[in-house]
Design a protein around this ligand. Structure first.
Ligand code: M6R
Length: 616
């Protein structure tokens, strides 16, 4: 969940690291720190501060490190040891021979620490990370290269880790290791420089030539390139590829928050995603990255979709697409539950994982379970080359561009579009979709970006609603059918950025308990669009109102009946029934954003959260 970055080159490292840390801060903001080193070695200069990056930035103003052209930097999401200056990374060994930053958890750190203490090592922090520096120091002192020291140290660590380390005894070098699924390390190949980081956002401003470290690989980086070994020390080839993401998408531009920018980008992200997956004349579904999965689609007789958080909600919608468009029985499971079951997956089962980052640890572990069971796997992912795409047989990429807001928005709606394309592809493979229906379904999909654009038109509605309801502490979001996952997603957005306790409910459940909550101070949002079993949800609205509760309804344009009934209505344009969830998602994104602003919350960096969850 932490953000890690390293730089070896010809420029002063500190400003490069700081700029990259801005791009990584969404991964954790309990503390931040950097360590820099001059080309001829000497002493490593470490600066670190509790709290947001601004604190580190202020401290760095006093540092003259212009001659230091190698360095590592870290933004922390605390696991072991409370947020503090001392627990902030980088951590160093007692003699200062090794400096380390880390993302992951050293599960056996207590035993290692006790052993190292008995050997005379003194610890200054409460972190698990510091054990790595001490372990490496012993090996470096015995004459091992930094690469070997890290590789051997990794073999002693339990759990998943992504680690960067450097040493004044071996200047001009950074070593990096990935063990398990604690998060990726991207290596960027620049001109006379290398930059490596937890994700692309921090690398793209300097280069688009990148390589991804796989599980078990260790790399040694100098300013002219990298060499890679596996866990046994044997050399391995890691392919370098060009990434076609515009680095400008990593900037906020005219928007005050990444979240708002990303909400507003949805028409374009959807359009890019849809155009990459389907064409209208002739009507075709491409899904070009399905790879070896393509040939096996016709034999699929069951689909299991998995994901976490927002991606799980997309998977719930995808399930319906697969059943309706491909006629294949489909089910959905939370990846963190699936991985601890012994799922029964026959040879003709397809596991579809949804993960915008492609690095979520529970999804990766669930995929390992599916792999062990021999299932075919397709992943829906927004990050080229991410770990999920390497585990799955095939990928359907979304083209949302970088998503920086911790609250996922455009990656949700584009994942739904990608799942629709995959369901069409399965429908074709199963011979269930004729050319006429395919043409119609593709046309439906291509109309969605425009409808989303119209749903985004009037921010004023949400500002007014937030003015009226910003003191609400509880909120029920009701939906039926395909609007149920939309309700879950809407409640998640509200919880995570405005800290309002919000629950998404299948509207039919309301009478089975939640209705007891309704009183005149209670606020309910009902997704009451045309295709969301509208007549049934209208009854729910009436039941809430009969008990004095207040209702905001999300309705299809021109629905006069619900307009008269609800306290307030938010209108969205009509689209094809199956695709309504994409458009119906927009109101809760904007309402959550407006509520968060009105309540003075930090929209892009909500408390306790991190964008990519790489620890259990
Ligand atoms: O990268 P992933 O899609 O696998 O992330 C899964 C969840 O952590 C993520 O969707 C999370 O729920 C959202 N950031 C919430 O807005």
């Amino acid at each position: 969940m932490c953000g890690i970055v390293g730089y070896v080159g010809t420029e002063p490292a500190a400003p490069v690291l700081l700029s990259a840390l801005h791009d990584l801060e969404y991964r954790g903001y309990d503390s931040a720190g950097i360590a820099v080193l001059e080309p001829d070695g000497g002493v490593v200069s470490i600066t670190k501060r509790e709290g947001k990056l601004a604190n580190l930035e202020a401290a760095l103003n006093a540092l003259d490190a212009s001659a230091a052209t190698t360095g590592i930097g870290h933004t922390r999401w605390a696991t072991h040891g409370r947020p503090s200056d001392i627990n902030a990374h980088p951590h160093r060994s007692c003699a200062g021979e090794v400096v380390v930053i880390h993302n992951g958890i050293v599960e056996n750190y207590a035993e290692l620490r006790a052993r190292l203490r008995a050997e005379g090592h003194e610890f200054v922090s409460e972190t698990d990370t510091e054990t790595i520096a001490h372990l490496m120091e012993g090996l470096v002192k015995s004459g091992r290269s930094l690469l070997d020291a890290l590789r051997i140290t990794c073999s002693q660590l339990e759990g998943s880790q992504a680690i960067l380390a450097m040493s004044p005894t071996q200047p001009g070098i950074i070593v990096a290791a990935r063990v398990g699924n604690a998060g990726g390390i991207v290596l960027g190949y620049g001109k006379d420089e290398m930059v490596l980081a937890s994700d692309l956002a921090a690398v793209l401003p300097r280069t688009r030539q990148v390589a991804f470290l796989a599980d078990g690989q260790v790399a040694e980086i100098t300013k002219t390139g990298a060499r890679y070994v596996n866990e046994h020390g044997s050399p391995v080839d890691v392919p370098v590829r060009e990434i076609d993401i515009d680095p400008a998408s990593a900037l906020k531009g005219q928007y005050p928050h990444f979240m708002l920018k990303e909400i507003m980008e949805q028409p374009e992200s959807l359009s890019d995603t849809i155009q990459s997956l389907v064409s209208q004349e002739p009507p075709e579904v491409h899904c070009a990255d399905l790879g070896p999965a393509e040939a096996r689609l016709a034999s699929i007789d069951r689909v299991v979709l998995i994901g976490m958080g927002t991606s799980l909600h997309a998977a719930m919608i995808g399930r319906r697409f697969i059943e309706e468009l491909a006629g294949i029985p489909a089910e959905v499971d939370n990846a963190s539950e699936f991985r601890y079951r012994d799922p029964i997956l026959g040879p003709n089962a397809l596991v579809v994982s949804v993960s915008q980052s492609g690095e979520t640890v529970d999804v990766l572990e669930a995929m390992n379970v599916a792999r062990a069971a021999g299932a075919l796997q397709v992943t829906i992912c927004n990050t080229q080359g991410a770990q999920t795409t390497r585990v799955a047989h095939g990928t359907v990429y979304t083209r949302a561009g970088l998503e920086r807001g911790v609250a996922s928005t455009k990656c949700f709606t584009t994942a739904i579009a990608a799942l629709y394309a995959l369901a069409l592809r399965l429908g074709l493979a199963k011979g269930r979709l004729g050319p006429g229906e395919l043409r119609e379904r593709i046309q439906d999909l291509t109309r969605v970006p425009d409808a989303v654009g119209r749903a985004l038109d009037d921010m004023g509605v949400y500002t007014r609603l937030a003015d009226q309801y910003h003191e609400a502490e509880h909120l029920l979001v009701l939906g039926r059918g395909l609007a149920f996952p939309v309700a879950l997603e809407g409640a998640l957005k509200m919880k995570e950025i405005s800290y309002v306790h919000a629950e998404g409910y299948a509207a039919g459940e309301m009478k089975h308990g939640p209705i007891a909550l309704i009183d005149p101070s209670f606020l309910t949002v009902a997704i009451a669009t045309t295709h969301a079993l509208r007549s049934k949800i209208v009854s729910n609205i009436e039941q809430v109102q009969a008990r004095g509760g207040r209702v905001i309804a999300v309705i299809t344009e021109g629905d006069a009946h619900v307009t008269r009934l609800a306290d307030q209505c938010i209108e969205i344009p009509a689209v094809a029934p199956l695709l309504e969830p994409i458009v119906a998602t927009v109101p809760m994104q904007l309402l959550s954003y407006a509520m968060a602003l009105r309540r003075g919350c930090d929209v892009d960096q909500p408390r306790n959260l991190a964008k990519t969850v790489t620890v259990e």
